[in-house]
Design a protein around this ligand. Structure first.
Ligand code: ATP
Ligand code: MG
Length: 300
């Protein structure tokens, strides 16, 4: 089971510079789901997620056995868009040895004493592995672009000077991703596209539910105040960094269950489209196996 090519094309943002975030509906559903009634929709979405979780488990095992490629999954979104829940649900079937999640918060003093990509490079997945970045180097052109004063505390030789500075960072990111892809890392970038109204509902739910209170921080409300600046930064960023080798996937995120199903589908499809094989044994290796069998059986 998987989304149609047309639906996938709706979500994929490649190069060309024509991306306009305002045109992307945060409640959009793929073909197979949009035509169903409300209840049937939800269960079809859950089936799509469940099927993809099984496929992903197999796909990851093959990725590991093949040992040539790694997969980097980048998740970016506004607060409460569902990054954590997506990771939890989509990756729940994957062998924990083949997968690692790295979250990125405000950089430490040691981290800002390096180039802005340094702390992310150290967390990149090995061949055969899936690495998930819960926030990423994109923060350096998102939150930092919305609050450029963050850079005042960083010992950069060149002070940010308007558009050229951000263009420089977009170029750095594009070059970095091109380098990764050329060396066998598949780069999958997801923007969970949440509406401002749905964020309000989720924040209120966090306040209303004692078990969810810890998830709420005063900073979340403060950042919400910069909503339009964030949308502008996301729009510019996606336009500048949607490349042929590393396109963006803009996922409508107002319905959690639908967003998870779509993300799982895209990850599975991408891994399955790689030319992966279980290693073939040489004649000599097969002979060794036969000898091992004889030895074991001779033990009586
Ligand atoms: P959760 O709230 O679900 O625990 P989170 O990822 O939102 O997870 P927080 O500790 O709430 O974690 O927020 C991390 C903060 O760090 C975010 O506001 C993010 O924008 C900020 N951040 C991440 N990377 C950078 C960066 N390179 N420069 C400045 N701020 C950053
Ligand atoms: Mg947060």
């Amino acid at each position: 089971m998987s989304m149609s090519a047309q639906s996938l094309a709706q979500l994929r943002v490649g190069p060309g510079g024509g991306f306009n975030l305002a045109e992307h509906d945060t409640r959009w559903l793929p073909d197979g789901l949009a035509s169903l009634k409300k209840k049937a929709r939800r269960s079809a979405g859950d089936r799509l997620l469940a099927a993809n979780k099984l496929d992903l488990e197999e796909a990851q095992a093959l990725l590991y056995a093949d040992g040539q490629y790694s997969v980097l999954i980048v998740l970016q979104a506004m607060d409460a868009a569902g990054k954590d829940g997506t990771i939890k649900h989509v990756m729940s079937g994957v062998n924990p040895q083949g997968c690692r999640v790295s979250g990125f918060k405000v950089p430490s003093a040691l981290e800002v004493d390096h180039d802005f990509l340094w702390r992310y490079e150290k967390e990149l997945p090995q061949r055969g592995q899936i690495g998930i970045f819960n926030r990423s180097y994109y923060e350096d052109v998102l939150v930092v672009r919305v609050h450029p004063q963050i850079l005042d505390a960083q010992p950069l030789p060149e002070k940010p000077d308007g558009e050229a500075f951000w263009q420089g960072r977009y170029d750095d990111i594009n070059n970095f991703e091109e380098h990764l892809v050329r060396n066998g890392t598949v780069v999958l970038k997801f923007f969970l596209n949440l509406s401002k109204e749905e964020q309000k509902r989720r924040f209120l739910a966090r306040l209303d539910t004692p078990d969810k209170n810890w998830k709420f921080s005063a900073a979340d409300i403060r950042e919400r105040g910069y909503w339009d600046d964030y949308m502008d930064a996301f729009g510019r960023c996606i336009n500048a960094t949607a490349t042929e080798v590393a396109p963006w996937w803009v996922i409508p995120a107002d319905r959690k269950w639908a967003a998870r199903a779509m993300v799982a589908d895209i990850i599975t499809n991408t891994i399955n489209s790689l030319d992966l094989h279980y290693p073939q044994l040489s004649a000599a290796e097969r002979k060794d196996l036969a000898r091992a069998r004889t030895e074991l059986e001779a033990e009586g």
